[in-house]
Write a new protein. Structure first.
Length: 241
């Protein structure tokens, strides 16, 4: 049985991705900071018939993230699909607010690098050796569309980091293309659960399954914003505690 690990799992998109892969027979490892909430999500998946486990970890804690992923690998016999989708909690945003491009400082960017870039590299370095030894695997990074295709100057400190993660993802796709491991980046422009059927988490999750099965393009720009959207209402992705 194959295993999906969702790093940054939350009750909206993360759960929909987990359910989509579970329907195809995948075991599911959920990783996020809030262990109590995470166990509730895993229990819901188990009640629905999935083999699922909760592995609490703070993405900014490299040792903790490695330990949690290693535990998931040990329990399920490896990670075949890694979906990396960190997002700040409301508390994070209070402590480390979004910063306009004209106000960016080094201090406002470094925590975002810890979350997105350091976290992404740490997660990949843990699961990639197993994928390469098996000759197959999928890695999908998720960021807001401001990582590249969309210009949103009011969240510039985040986008400096997510732009770096996107760049690495695209280069990783090219580096691993002939070694059996497929890498993709999802640039997500959506108010999840609002704005129409394409913005529903289950609809977005179907796109992740298509990326995994078709293994073609290095990037999906998923645009589900309503026609009358306002720049100030765009969320990077979703809030997970």
């Amino acid at each position: 049985m194959s295993t999906l690990a969702v790093v940054g799992a939350g009750p909206q998109l993360g759960m929909s991705i987990a359910r989509r892969f579970a329907r195809e027979g995948f075991s599911v490892a959920l990783l996020a900071r809030n262990g109590e909430q995470l166990e509730k999500l895993a229990a819901t998946l188990r009640d629905e018939g999935a083999d699922a486990g909760a592995f609490p970890a703070d993405i900014r804690d490299a040792d903790g993230l490695r330990t949690a992923l290693a535990a998931a690998e040990e329990r399920f016999g490896g990670v075949d699909v890694l979906e990396f989708s960190p997002a700040p909690s409301l508390a994070d945003l209070r402590n480390q607010p979004l910063v306009d491009a004209s106000e960016v400082t080094v201090e406002s960017v470094l925590p975002e690098f810890d979350l997105y870039v350091r976290g992404g590299i740490t997660a990949v370095r843990q699961v990639l050796p197993g994928m390469l030894s098996r000759g197959t695997g999928t890695i999908i990074f998720t960021t807001g569309a401001g990582s590249g295709p969309m210009i949103a100057p009011h969240v510039a400190n985040v986008q400096i980091a997510t732009g770096g993660l996107r760049n690495w993802a695209l280069n990783l796709h090219a580096s691993l293309a002939d070694r059996g491991v497929y890498v993709a980046h999802v640039a997500l422009a959506a108010m999840i659960g609002q704005g129409g059927p394409d913005a529903e988490p289950d609809a977005i999750a179907n796109a992740y399954w298509t990326l995994h099965t078709e293994r073609a393009e290095p990037e999906l720009v998923y645009d589900a914003m309503p026609e009358d959207w306002q720049m100030g209402t765009v969320a990077d992705k979703f809030v997970v505690d």
